[in-house]
Design a binder for this molecule. Structure first.
Ligand SMILES: Cc1cc2nc3c(=O)[nH]c(=O)nc-3n(C[C@H](O)[C@H](O)[C@H](O)COP(=O)(O)OP(=O)(O)OC[C@H]3O[C@@H](n4cnc5c(N)ncnc54)[C@H](O)[C@@H]3O)c2cc1C
Length: 142
């Protein structure tokens, strides 16, 4: 999406090696790949102007998007023994079916239980977790 806004550089920062397929797709979008690590953000006040790399070069930049690692903030899921899964940006609670976690009778929703972090999805999965919990309270008693 970003190349639609202007010249784009992908700083891999030593975190991953793009595959041949990745490289071809990025080249088709005119994305420059920069494998050398970023060591410093340069600018005046809060305005970003350039990135300094580990080899001393500076690359002018008008903006910077980062992809941080994510994790479930609360200790509660781990203390309940729930399984986690690795997603695109980090770990989240693993769901086995619908909102059901790996521990019977415990349901999870939202960013904590998904690799796609989005308000609409979180809200919808909250509804599903509520329905699942209600259903289990009624049907599991029969
Ligand atoms: C900078 C940024 C921009 C975003 N932009 C968009 C966007 O444009 N559109 C979009 O759809 N989504 C966007 N998102 C994602 C969206 O914010 C999330 O997907 C959504 O908020 C997830 O909702 P949630 O209820 O699952 O989790 P959260 O909103 O993270 O809510 C979890 C809550 O639980 C609380 N909590 C944690 N531990 C405990 C505890 N032990 N006890 C009690 N409370 C606890 C936290 O304080 C928090 O209030 C953005 C996210 C960020 C960070």
């Amino acid at each position: 999406m970003l190349p639609d806004w202007g010249p784009t550089t992908l700083f891999t920062h030593g975190t991953f090696e793009p595959s041949e397929v990745d490289l071809a797709k990025l080249a088709a979008r005119n994305v420059t790949i920069e494998p050398v690590a970023v060591t410093e953000l340069l600018g005046t006040g809060e305005k970003l102007e350039a990135l300094r790399l580990a080899d001393g070069r500076t690359i002018p930049a008008a903006g910077l998007f980062v992809q941080p690692k994510t994790r479930v903030a609360s200790e509660i899921p781990a203390s309940l023994g729930l399984d986690f899964a690795e997603g695109m940006t980090g770990s989240h609670i693993r769901l086995v079916e619908g909102a059901q976690t790996s521990v019977d009778g415990i349901f999870a929703a939202g960013d904590a239980a998904s690799q796609m972090h989005n308000a609409t999805l979180a809200s919808a999965s909250g509804f599903m977790a509520g329905v699942s919990a209600h259903r289990s309270l009624i049907l599991d008693q029969l």
